[in-house]
Write a protein that binds this ligand. Structure first.
Ligand code: ATP
Length: 357
């Protein structure tokens, strides 16, 4: 990581009454100025991680360090951290300026300073002209911006965002993703965002921590996560991936030669020794449709789905394994019909070995 860490979680666990494990020894280091997303399905521990960082939740094990200082026992308001909540939690009886300035009133700043900082925060989120407006008169997107302005006006070391865009419709949501990224770059503040939306996480984050059952399964940048998912879970969660059960034939360079049904694959990544079972992942765009040849595998086309720029094909290999294949529309112009026989290969080096967890 290039910059100094601003935030560290060391073996943080959270066990709820009744024995529910919210977090299981989570280690996480976040660099200053980084945009990190916590991504995973419902119940995986994203929100609990955010609440532990904010101080709303006390871990049952481990430590939280901010700028190297142990803040585990500090109350939320004593931490240099602010949270943007999913429902924005604005005060409906206050106007925009009062909402944005709320955190500052607790700090007893001079009135002129307050006015200046409120105006600057609203400027940053593009709402300068709404400074005197009532919250009730604002649209969903504008309320979202007020919530952001209220959080950044305090100049936190880390800004926490809990599903900040989930209340917005798809179009506005995409627009706000771009704005959130711009705002973060402009401020240089560390952002930690919870989302269950992989597209959102991939398009907005410097790094993504993929969580499953209270643990981080993989933490990496968007391209690495897509190109080299480490586990079956991550492969199944990020994009579409064919996960095939195979057996190691032998080591090949940095990777492994793997037999998966009728396919012989050169897979990248670690794995067990010859003869041992393992799972490999292949993206749909890395399955190639070839002319009939000895090193191809025959498959029967069982379905086609129109995807705009590409055509998605579902094909069944001789051993019953189903493969998803994406093929450019242009290449597909010859036309495919259900029942056709296709001859398939996998782009060399495109298969990845996957760990169980
Ligand atoms: P979601 O996307 O649904 O919000 P999440 O990934 O944010 O899910 P968490 O809310 O962190 O997940 O919950 C992690 C686990 O801890 C879940 O099994 C949840 O039921 C449990 N949990 C969370 N808060 C509590 C609580 N206050 N008491 C008991 N169990 C809890």
């Amino acid at each position: 990581m290039a910059a100094d860490p601003v935030l560290r979680l060391e073996a943080v666990s959270k066990r709820f009454p009744g024995g529910v494990v919210g977090l299981d020894e989570v280690d996480l280091t976040i660099a200053t100025g980084e945009f990190l997303s916590l991504l995973g399905p419902s119940g995986c521990g994203k929100t609990t991680t955010l609440r532990v960082i904010a101080g709303f939740e006390q871990p049952t094990g481990g430590r939280v360090l901010l700028d190297g200082r142990d803040v585990t026992a500090l109350r939320p308001y004593d931490r240099p951290v602010n949270t943007v909540f999913q429902d924005y939690a604005l005060f409906p009886h206050m106007d925009v300026a009062e909402n944005v300035g709320f955190g500052l009133t607790l700090r007893r700043l001079p009135a002129a300073d307050m006015r200046r900082r409120i105006a600057a925060a609203l400027e940053l989120v593009g709402l300068a002209d709404k400074i005197g407006a009532r919250v009730a008169a604002l649209s969903g997107g504008q309320r979202q911006r007020v919530a952001l302005a209220r959080a950044i006006v305090c100049e936190p070391r880390v800004l926490l965002l809990d599903e900040p865009l989930s209340a917005l419709d798809a179009h506005l949501r995409e627009q706000m993703q771009v704005e959130l990224k711009r705002l973060q770059a402009e401020l240089g503040t560390t952002f930690v965002m919870v989302t269950h939306d992989q597209t959102e996480a991939l398009s907005i984050s410097d790094r993504i921590a993929v969580m499953n059952r209270g643990r981080i399964e993989q933490i990496a940048g968007p391209a690495e996560l897509y190109d080299a998912p480490a586990t079956r879970f991550v492969a199944g969660f990020i994009g579409t991936m064919n996960v095939l059960e195979g057996r190691v034939v032998e080591r090949r360079g940095d990777g492994l030669l793997v037999a998966a049904g009728p396919l012989m694959l050169e897979a990248q990544g670690e794995g067990p020794g010859p003869g041992e079972p393992l799972a490999v992942g292949i993206r749909p765009e890395d399955v190639l449709i070839e002319a009939e040849a000895p090193d191809t595998a025959a498959a029967r086309l069982v379905g086609t789905v129109f995807h705009g720029r590409s055509l998605r094909l579902h094909a069944r290999l001789a051993d019953g394994t189903e493969l998803t294949i994406d093929t450019p529309r242009r290449a597909a112009s010859a036309g495919f019909a259900v029942g056709d026989t296709l001859f398939l290969s996998v782009r060399p080096g495109a298969a990845r070995t996957l760990r169980a967890a």
